[in-house]
Design a protein around this ligand. Structure first.
Ligand code: NAD
Length: 246
């Protein structure tokens, strides 16, 4: 049976993406990193034993297509695509700025679609592929004062279900993980911004009274891309310490 091998993780120099990349590398995958800061990419590559890295701002015109062409020209195919890069904005709807609408739609929604579109032909040709999107619990249940973010993440749910149907006979699975609050820079910035809730206030609202560790997301990705998970497709999985159930 074909075992997945080459894995691209977007936004993998820190936070959830770095954990996913580390755990996949520890489990025998040839990990290709992606980020915007070459120095951090080199450091992360050395630290986790990734095979390569690509630098790209995914909000720039043509960047997703150039990234995919770079990977495919060098490696011929890709087995695992993890769409992790993303950004969060806390703002009520009337104060949401144009620049943030443009950025979050491009980064959180359009980039995963464009990367999937670019990599699917080679996955179809080899009759194997694993696509994992990192959504958010905000997209699954809605987060007050984060309507833009919730909208861009909930779009991944429709994308996941539709693509799972479309690619079901091609050996390609498509799933989305919706994390609750995860202990990363994104969460630290959101909790310390002075707007919205502090870390302690957020923890009080989480049934397990804790943030998710980034490695918990990495370990779920590891399972979703394994041969054992071949029947798991089109699913939106809430990894949120109970946040989505009340
Ligand atoms: P983070 O801010 O620590 O990391 C985000 C990553 O995305 C970084 O590697 C960054 O370089 C990359 N990125 C940002 N803008 C980019 C751009 N324009 N082009 C290319 N790359 C870009 O955040 P994180 O907490 O590790 O979040 C990772 C993913 O998980 C995001 O999609 C986020 O929405 C999602 N998520 C996070 C949480 C959380 O609580 N931290 C919860 C739910 C979902």
């Amino acid at each position: 049976m074909k075992h997945s091998n080459k894995a691209l993780v977007t936004g993998s120099t820190r936070g959830i993406g770095a954990s996913i990349a580390k755990i996949l590398a520890q489990n025998g995958y040839d990990v290709i990193l992606h980020g915007r800061d070459e120095k951090k990419l080199i450091e992360t590559k050395e630290k986790i034993g990734a095979i390569d890295y690509f630098c790209a701002d995914l909000t720039c015109r043509g960047a997703c297509e150039a990234l995919a062409t770079g990977v495919l020209d060098k490696y011929g195919s890709l087995d695992v695509l993890v769409n992790n890069a993303g950004a969060y904005v806390w703002a009520n709807v009337e104060k949401t700025e144009d620049k943030d609408i443009e950025k979050l739609l491009k980064l959180n929604t359009e980039a995963p679609f464009r990367l999937i579109r670019a990599f699917v032909p080679s996955m179809k040709a080899q009759k194997f592929g694993r696509i994992v999107n990192i959504g958010s619990i905000s997209g699954a249940v809605g987060e007050g004062n984060a309507a833009l973010y919730s909208m861009t993440k909930s779009a991944l749910s429709g994308l996941t279900k539709a693509l799972a149907l479309e690619l079901a006979c091609d050996g390609i699975t498509v799933n989305t993980i919706n994390p609750g609050w995860v202990d990363t820079e994104l969460t630290e910035t959101a909790c310390n911004s002075g707007d919205g809730f502090s870390a302690d206030e957020n923890i009080d609202m989480i049934p397990q009274r804790r943030f998710i560790h980034p490695d918990e997301v990495g370990n779920l990705v590891k399972y979703l891309v394994s041969d054992e998970a071949k029947g798991l497709t089109g699913q939106n999985i809430n990894l949120c310490a109970g946040l989505s159930v009340g």
